[in-house]
Design a protein around this ligand. Structure first.
Ligand code: GLP
Length: 261
């Protein structure tokens, strides 16, 4: 795992967008794993800008999102399909047929989960997976006790997650109680992972995810097992990390990061 500290949330999102852009330019048919949440909105705005100003070409990319609520239609403004269409897919030259999210309205949810795993395998696996961080430490909707080898499946949401996301639904009663999510095992198979967390309210969970012991109670700690995971945080989200001087030294000295400093 590598940790990159950036002065503020704008610079953190900008670095993530630049890493994604570089990967797309190096491999135009990149298989990109995407995430939702407020933190990612800045990343998508910057990717749209890179598409418009610097001709970043998504035409051959394929995308897979981490998760989707059970029961929401794609045209429901609370669905992650709607979120992705609005913030990225409709704003760049992605072919919508190459964008995929789990179908939360499938009649047979287990079959949908298995089909999602097959589609990822058929695409040759995910090259670069973008990850946010839930306040309780989930990646995707891998709530506490998600097996570290879990695959795409239906998960019941915890009260913490419902509380965190209820505001967008106009209250906890309106919020779906379940979601389909890629499993921790599915995410660990992605060739590269890029986790973004910003703001003081994420500081305690960032410290646990990066420097704490691996536990299925906090699925983000599983990223410590990933051979190529980069964690990008702003100073606020990184404020409870212990080894910041070391992380800064690595970022300042590793040739890999030269283009991003
Ligand atoms: C939801 C999503 C996660 C996301 C998290 C963080 O729970 N399922 O994938 O990482 O929200 O959201 P935010 O960026 O709004 O803090």
């Amino acid at each position: 795992m590598e940790v990159i500290l950036q002065p503020d949330r704008h610079n953190a999102a900008r670095l993530v967008a630049r890493i994604i852009a570089r990967e797309i330019r190096a491999k135009p048919d990149l298989v990109l794993g995407l995430a939702t949440g407020q933190t990612m909105e800045a990343v998508y705005r910057l990717l749209v800008k890179l598409h418009r100003d610097e001709a970043l070409d998504f035409s051959r990319c394929r995308t897979f999102n981490l998760d989707e609520y059970v029961g929401l239609a794609p045209e429901d403004p609370h669905s992650y399909r709607f979120y992705m269409n609005e913030r990225l897919f409709h704003q760049v030259n992605l072919d919508l047929r190459n964008t995929r999210l789990p179908d939360g309205r499938a009649a047979d949810l287990s079959a949908e989960c298995a089909a999602y795993e097959r589609a990822i395998a058929d695409a040759g696996g995910i090259d670069l997976q973008l990850l946010g961080l839930g306040k309780a430490g989930h990646i995707g909707f891998n709530e506490p006790l998600s097996a570290l080898r879990s695959r795409t499946r239906v998960k019941a949401l915890t009260p913490t997650t419902i509380e965190q996301n209820a505001a967008f639904f106009g209250g906890p009663e309106q919020m779906p109680r379940r979601a389909i999510t890629m499993g921790v095992g599915t995410i660990l198979e992605c060739r590269r992972c890029l986790l973004l967390a910003t703001g003081f309210d994420k500081a305690p969970i960032v410290a646990k995810a990066v420097e704490g012991p691996i536990t299925s109670m906090i699925s983000a700690t599983a990223m410590q097992l990933h051979p190529r995971c980069t964690v990008v945080v702003d100073e606020a989200a990184g404020s409870l990390l212990k080894e910041t001087e070391y992380y800064r030294w690595v970022f300042a000295n590793e040739p890999e990061w030269e283009a991003f400093r």
